[in-house]
Design a protein around this ligand. Structure first.
Ligand SMILES: [Zn+2]
Length: 401
């Protein structure tokens, strides 16, 4: 069944946490001193941030300087975390033989992954009802659960205003590693999205009572809305052993375990686990495991039949070729099967401060084929632009209720 597709980028999480002590960081914020001081836990590593392998790499290759002021670290600037992660990943996979201090690069990458993970998981404290539910093993204290639900709804007001009235056939595609959408979907009892996700994580397990028989996939399943996290999530991990089944079938963590996935072992082969976060790298793609590929395929098919595509806080990075390919697939088949065939897409809504930037808009109209929408989609597709999420909620969502 055609439905709406909501696409969320880093700007959505940022906007909804901007009043928190530390808002959800954008890619350029992670190495600001306030994030390091709050989220680098020296006892976990056995040394301070300034003594870390990561700090050596950042100062040597990215020109960051760190000074110590009592217990605190001071830094002169921040750099894009995706660039640092790409650098370390490339080193490990391509340039390993170029330097005899290779252990510093490898340890720096592990430190970076664990730092990213910690920052996202704790900024701000999610208190996700999903966690409460999963921890409670269904014997949860109803009053506590209600309190957590109210907290999530109050904490993430914009997400709640938008996602509280989504319908079963609507899908949510997130490029964020955080758990804000998870919390809000759970708080609004949209459990259907979690049943569907459990099936994606492990299609061989019957995920819920009343599910169809083992291996049975009905057309009805295909027509449900999905919640897809295309770049992974801080509460998922996969096995580092590429030959292991758990490399393809990630594990979902609850709150306590999620703090330290690197300390956990794979329950199939006992290799270390690695948190499942995929930065948009050129050489590490949706092909990297079964789960990412499956999610990307579903996302493309949902975009292909969407009636409305609503993009919130996503910057359409030029170099995220994987995501760009996905957006292009929102238009009709390459060859019209019959003259005058039409797809379902009625409008595309972009909510981002950059909507006044002509180059930004040009990139979007190009990706979605909007400049020739009659030819590309069979009819004129409306493009609505909002600078702020609140404007979108006020003008568009309110009118839909
Ligand atoms: Zn394993």
């Amino acid at each position: 069944m055609p439905g709406r597709v909501f696409i969320l980028g880093a700007g959505a999480s940022r906007e909804d946490t901007k009043h928190a002590k530390l808002p959800m960081p954008l890619a350029n914020d992670f190495f600001l001193a306030e994030y390091i001081n709050e989220h680098w836990h020296s006892p976990d590593y056995g040394y301070t941030f300034a003594e870390s392998n990561l700090a050596s790499i950042l100062s040597r290759y990215f020109g960051l300087q760190f000074a110590i002021d009592g217990e605190k670290v001071l830094s002169n600037k921040s750099v894009n975390i995706e660039e640092v992660l790409t650098f370390l990943d490339n080193y490990e996979n391509v340039y390993l033989a170029t330097n005899y201090q290779k252990d510093i690069f490898i340890k720096a990458k592990q430190e970076l992954l664990s730092f990213i993970h910690y920052v996202i998981l704790n900024t701000p404290a999610h208190c996700s009802p999903e966690f409460v539910h999963r921890l409670s093993n269904n014997k949860s204290d109803g009053a506590l659960k209600k309190k957590q639900i109210r907290r999530a709804i109050a904490a993430f007001r914009m997400h709640n205003a938008i996602l509280s009235n989504i319908k079963r056939e609507d899908s949510v595609i997130s490029f964020n590693w955080d758990l804000i959408v998870d919390s809000i979907l759970w708080a609004n009892k949209k459990e259907h999205y979690f049943h569907m996700r459990d099936q994606l994580l492990n299609p061989f397990i019957i995920a819920h009572r009343g599910a169809p028989d083992f291996g049975y996939f009905s057309a009805d399943d295909l027509h449900q809305g999905y919640f897809l996290k295309l770049h992974g999530s801080v509460n998922m991990a996969c096995c580092t052993n590429r030959d292991c089944l758990r490399h393809q079938f990630p594990i979902l963590f609850d709150e306590f375990e999620a703090e330290t996935p690197s300390l956990q072992q794979c329950n199939i082969c006992f290799s270390p686990l690695e948190v499942l976060i995929l930065p948009p790298l050129v050489n590490k793609t949706y092909r990297s495991n079964r789960f990412f590929r499956l999610q990307a395929g579903l996302a493309a098919s949902k975009l292909n039949i969407a009636t409305e595509i609503i993009v919130l806080g996503y910057s359409f990075p030029v170099f995220d070729f994987e995501a760009n390919s996905l957006m292009r697939l929102a238009r009709l088949n390459p060859k019209e099967e019959e003259a005058g065939s039409e797809d379902f897409l009625e409008r595309i809504i972009i909510v981002n401060p950059q909507v006044t930037n002509r180059r930004y808009i040009k990139r979007i109209t190009d990706l979605f084929g909007l400049s020739h929408s009659k030819r590309m989609h069979g009819h004129k597709v409306q493009l609505l632009l909002y600078k702020k999420i609140d404007d979108f909620i006020e003008n568009f969502m309110k009118g839909k209720k």
